[in-house]
Design a protein around this ligand. Structure first.
Ligand code: ZN
Length: 432
């Protein structure tokens, strides 16, 4: 099932729609947002220079810092009376970033999230257990509204209270779980400890996971322990929230709803636009947003694009699952290392869990890397020989696959701190 006809538009027609919508967006920001008007003037361009989507590279980038500098509402293109919803980031560094929605923006958000649920085969017969956090974070409410739009029954459980969540999932007969992948694993682990039979006590058929970069290994683990199909949703509040793209039944790659969000891939160092298939930073321009239209927003997420036809019938471009953050990338003695790559290597080794932490430090002029990883319950911690062999195997696998020389520290199960939301995978002591 496909929710709307825009998802299958022939590429030519899609491009016509994008051309018209880009021109409207550019006119809107130029006329209503002084920040963009100044940027356009600095570059010597006016809205008349943008005639089609191919002119998009003439436009300036927008960075997260620009939202902070214009805190709270400086980038809004409408007056306050047209805004019906505000969301905000947690603001762990500096001021939070604030985003706003008009009624029409809310319609777009519900529409793209309805496409997401339909893409995952979810309809009015399903019960969605929504464990994304509710509140200022866009995850909870974004997913909630989309599930209601397709007529599903929503259980707005939010995060935390793991034991009670399991009870509700079982008793209410949840068929769909929506959460971060690490919380899905945490739920599974708690369920096992509490004596549930994961495959028979629950009716789950699929999960829609997102909000953190996730390796293939971790996805397979979530899918395996719960016995469900894994779908991935991608989004960020600066663009709309969850619902920018989603994986379909035929592909692990994610269709970007490009009638609303126009994607480009750039070289994060130079800003140069890269070709389809090349890996770089994802940049998105909103094409229909009213309250906070955003031009060439640098997401910081590393991925690549694929415009070849998909068997599901959708014509929208697909992006690879995010491989890492442009700013999460560690450079260790000149080698680029993404946490997700390390995780992928760890996933293929028996005897360890996927709970790990990468610690980068300096010794003299050289970078040193330590990977701390939990062994599984089955691993005999008193067998020095077995642990030493495991350490050597992990070290060799990292060296052979990623060309990094790391010290391996094996620790007891559940000894690395876990968070409900986004796990801290990297500690870079070099920058402290
Ligand atoms: Zn598809």
């Amino acid at each position: 099932m496909i929710w709307s006809k825009e998802e299958t538009l022939p590429r030519g027609e899609l491009e016509k729609l994008q051309n018209a919508r880009l021109q409207e967006t550019v006119a809107r920001v130029y006329g209503n947002v002084p920040f963009y008007q100044n940027k356009f003037k600095e570059l010597g361009i006016t809205p008349h220079d943008i005639k089609s989507i191919h002119d998009i590279s003439k436009l300036p980038f927008t960075k997260k810092q620009d939202l902070r500098d214009n805190y709270p509402f400086g980038l809004f293109a409408v007056k306050q009376d047209a805004v019906v919803r505000i969301h905000s980031s947690s603001g762990t560094t500096g001021k939070p970033t604030v985003v706003g929605y008009t009624k029409s923006d809310m319609d777009v958000w519900n529409e793209v999230m309805a496409r997401v649920f339909t893409m995952c085969g979810v309809n009015s017969e399903d019960t969605v257990h929504n464990a994304y956090g509710y509140g200022l974070f866009t995850g909870g409410l974004g997913v909630h509204n989309g599930a209601e739009t397709v007529g599903a029954t929503v259980v707005p459980s939010s995060g935390g209270f793991t034991s009670r969540q399991l009870l509700l999932m079982k008793d209410f007969g949840a068929t769909v779980l929506t959460s971060t992948p690490s919380f899905a694993l945490h739920l599974a682990e708690t369920a096992q400890n509490e004596g549930y039979d994961l495959k028979n006590d629950f009716k789950l058929k699929c999960g829609i996971f997102g909000a953190e970069p996730t390796s293939e290994g971790l996805k397979e683990e979530v899918s395996r322990v719960w016995g469900i199909k894994y779908y991935e949703v991608y989004g960020l509040s600066e663009i709309i929230g969850p619902g920018v793209s989603n994986s379909c039944c035929e592909s692990k790659d994610l269709h970007i709803f490009e009638d609303h969000f126009y994607p480009e891939i750039i070289n994060p160092e130079t800003g140069e636009v890269l070709q389809d298939g090349e890996k770089g930073e994802l940049v998105i321009t909103s094409l229909t947003k009213q309250a906070l239209p955003i031009i060439r927003y640098r997401t910081g997420d590393i991925t690549s694009l694929d415009r070849t036809p998909c068997r599901c019938g959708r014509t929208h471009v697909r992006m690879k699952s995010v491989m890492g953050r442009a700013d999460d990338m560690l450079i260790v003695n000149g080698v680029n290392v993404f946490p997700s790559q390390v995780e992928h290597v760890l996933a293929n080794i028996d005897g360890i869990s996927l709970n790990y932490q990468i610690i980068a430090d300096k010794k003299g002029y050289l970078d040193i890397l330590e990977v701390m990883v939990e062994v599984t319950e089955q691993m005999p911690l008193d067998s020095i020989g077995a642990l030493e062999k495991l350490q050597k195997d992990i070290q060799a696998a990292l060296l052979n696959n990623l060309y990094i020389n790391a010290k391996i520290k094996l620790v007891e199960p559940r000894s690395i701190e876990r968070s409900m939301g986004k796990a801290v995978r990297v500690i870079d002591k070099r920058s402290i």
